[in-house]
Write a protein that binds this ligand. Structure first.
Ligand code: SF4
Length: 644
């Protein structure tokens, strides 16, 4: 038996120290495989169903290995949970002398250089913002970490923060006069010295893709990288490998050029006119985009002569600014950095003049701005090229990576064909504790009366269950229709996505009687509500992504051209994994029970429906609402008895 297996055994260290420890062979198996992958520096992909206890299963061997390990997870919230809760708990048990660090993205740390040199050149020194800047200034003298979350009186989304935090573009790196006092640099140095570093995927990809940041990298020193919530990686990799130019970047560049000119080249005021020309061209281009959809492929957007002309105007004005900046770049570090930024933007806009194989150019039209993106259609080779140089072990884990018990889709997306795989079912007894309710709905999704029929089918279950339900939608339109309908019913306490922050909605859901939460996108995953507060999850339709999304449309087209079936190869596995995430909200603990309702009739009428059903936990199926209501009654009685 390996060291980890012993620790996870029924008489092992965990059982000795944890009151709520339950022996799970799946967890023991996972820890042994992680231990072996760490020893052999191999690549391992693990799907661990809900309740396996995957966090402990990788933390124990990681800490015992005495290797330098980078652990990355999906969100800052999960990162905090890992660092402040799980990691100390495991360290307390295995008692290995290991140093740890939590590292966040640069936007979480004060930039002392910008506070001193950029802010005085902005309007933030006047009016209401001046008080906030003073608060930040006072705090800057006493903070040790520079983590802006320490300033409770200024909210996370406050507009002053971008002025006093850095971006990759405006950071001066090792050229910065404040480099030795830089909080980002200090946090990174601490992380580089630590044995175990906890990061999130955004930071992980920044490190992987932006080696030139000037802060040294974490990954070359790592012996192992463990990536939790790995189902998110293909999309994140795609975003990070994309190049983006936004109206905000153009605006920020203009502000930084003016501030730098005043400080480093005060007599060269003529550059201000070029900055104004870029700002005007940016505004004109934004106006020209008014007729475009929110996300449009570039070749569709430039069908409009106005978009084409305004874009050309923007490109030329930026070119001229770049020329002038190059003449001034030897006047100071900030002007030199501005020139580099401007050149990168010019270079990116040039890519929009023609089509590139394997990339899709597209434009995102926002309320007050735009973003121009160039996104790779295939990321496998690019991702492989990024990780190939690091001779460490790579462990990818999540509760949702397979379709029909196969890892093919995940492996193909990230180019991990040679990685070992391990699939571990949930230890929970889904057959006893859950039902899959497939109501008879005599309409196809998309038809006019579909939403109404879905709610008619679901209402008896919601009544019988006294709410305590999540209604998960694939579109905001369907969510709104359902919210209006349920409002008229006046039977439930509705919590609707968008009407309050996500965290607040979830807190209210747990505390409120007869609560029904209606959510789209962000509620499909990362929600962990245990106990009887949530015993019904309703999914209105199979979560196929909208095929008119420019990146998806580009990918489907490329697959078609290469002779693949885009539906089977891409859309279906993506939707299966998304559905597994949604269904995974229901049973979070051994004592949980409940019903998953999937309203989409295609689950049983289309051949591909089997791929969804086969990929879900083994729940008994029914299309009888009475059966479901009886089941919920029985479970509730059983639960009350066991609680008393
Ligand atoms: S190195 Fe970058 S982040 Fe650090 S103080 Fe200087 S500009 Fe700010």
């Amino acid at each position: 038996m390996s060291q980890s297996e012993t620790i996870f055994s029924p008489e092992g260290l965990l059982s000795e120290h944890l009151d709520n420890f339950r022996y799970r062979p799946q967890q023991q198996h996972m820890s042994a495989r992680v231990e072996s992958a760490l020893e052999q520096r191999s690549q391992l992909i693990i799907e661990a169903g809900t309740g396996v206890g995957k966090t402990f299963a990788y933390l124990v061997p990681a800490l015992l290995s005495r290797q330098k390990v980078v652990i990355s997870t999906g969100t800052r919230h999960l990162q905090d949970q890992l660092y402040f809760k799980d990691l100390p708990a495991v360290l307390d048990i295995v008692k290995t002398p290991v140093s740890t660090a939590l590292l966040k993205g640069r936007a979480n740390y004060l930039c002392v250089h910008r506070l001193e040199h950029h802010v005085p050149r902005t309007r933030l020194n006047t009016g209401r913002s001046a008080k906030k800047i003073q608060t930040i200034r006072d705090w800057s003298h006493v903070t040790r970490t520079g983590e802006i979350a320490e300033v409770n009186s200024i909210g996370e989304g406050d507009p002053v923060w971008p002025a006093v935090t850095s971006t990759v573009e405006n950071c001066l790196g090792s050229e910065c006069p404040s480099y030795q006092d830089c909080h980002v640099f200090k946090a990174r140095r601490k992380a580089q010295k630590a044995d175990v570093v906890i990061v999130n995927h955004h930071l992980f990809f920044s490190d992987l893709t932006l080696k030139q940041e000037g802060f040294g990298e974490l990954l070359p020193q790592a012996d192992a990288c463990i990536l939790d919530e790995a189902h998110q990686l293909p999309e994140l990799a795609s975003d990070f490998l994309a190049t983006t130019t936004s109206s905000r970047q153009l605006r920020n560049l203009g502000e930084d050029v003016i501030a730098a000119q005043l400080e480093e080249a005060p007599e060269s005021g003529e550059i201000r006119e070029l900055v104004s020309a870029v700002q005007k061209a940016t505004a004109d281009f934004l106006l020209a985009l008014a007729g475009c959809k929110e996300r449009t492929q570039w070749h569709e957007a430039v069908a409009s002569a106005e978009v084409r002309d305004r874009f050309e105007g923007l490109r030329l004005s930026l070119d001229q600014l770049s020329g002038e900046l190059s003449a001034l770049s030897d006047r100071g570090k900030v002007l030199a950095r501005c020139q580099e930024r401007c050149d990168k933007l010019v270079e990116h806009l040039q890519q929009f003049s023609g089509e590139q194989d394997d990339w899709v150019n597209w434009v995102e039209s926002l309320e007050k701005g735009f973003r121009l993106h160039s996104t790779p259609l295939v990321i496998a080779d690019l991702f492989q090229a990024l990780i190939r140089d690091y001779r460490c072990s790579w462990i990818f884990t999540s509760a949702t990576l397979t379709m029909n018990a196969q890892f093919d889709h995940f492996q193909q997306q990230l180019g991990l064909a040679d990685a070992e795989t391990l699939m571990l079912d949930s230890p929970f007894d889904f057959e006893a504790s859950a039902r899959l309710f497939l109501p008879d709905i005599a309409a196809e999704p998309g038809s006019d009366d579909y939403s109404r029929l879905v709610l008619d089918a679901v209402l008896p279950v919601l009544h019988a269950n006294r709410g305590r339900a999540f209604l998960l939608f694939s579109s905001h339109r369907a969510l709104r229709l359902a919210a209006d309908f349920l409002q008229e019913e006046n039977e439930f306490n509705l919590l609707v996505q968008g009407e309050a922050p996500r965290r607040e909605l979830l807190e209210r859901f747990v505390k409120t009687e007869r609560a029904v939460l209606l959510g789209a996108s962000s509620f499909w995953e990362g929600v962990d509500i245990r106990g009887s507060a949530l015993s019904c999850v309703v999914i209105d339709k199979l979560p196929f992504a909208a095929p008119d999304d420019p990146v998806l449309a580009g990918r489907l087209q490329a697959l078609r051209e290469s002779g693949e079936n885009p539906f089977r190869f891409y859309q279906l596995p993506q939707a299966v994994i998304a559905l597994k995430q949604g269904v995974g909200r229901l049973i979070r603990d051994e004592d949980d029970y409940g019903v998953v309702v999937i309203c989409d009739p295609r689950l049983t009428t289309r051949a591909y429906g089997k791929s969804f059903i086969n990929s879900l936990p083994g729940m008994l199926r029914t299309s009888s609402p009475d059966e479901v209501i009886n089941f919920l009654d029985q479970q509730e009685s059983r639960h009350e008895v066991s609680c008393n």
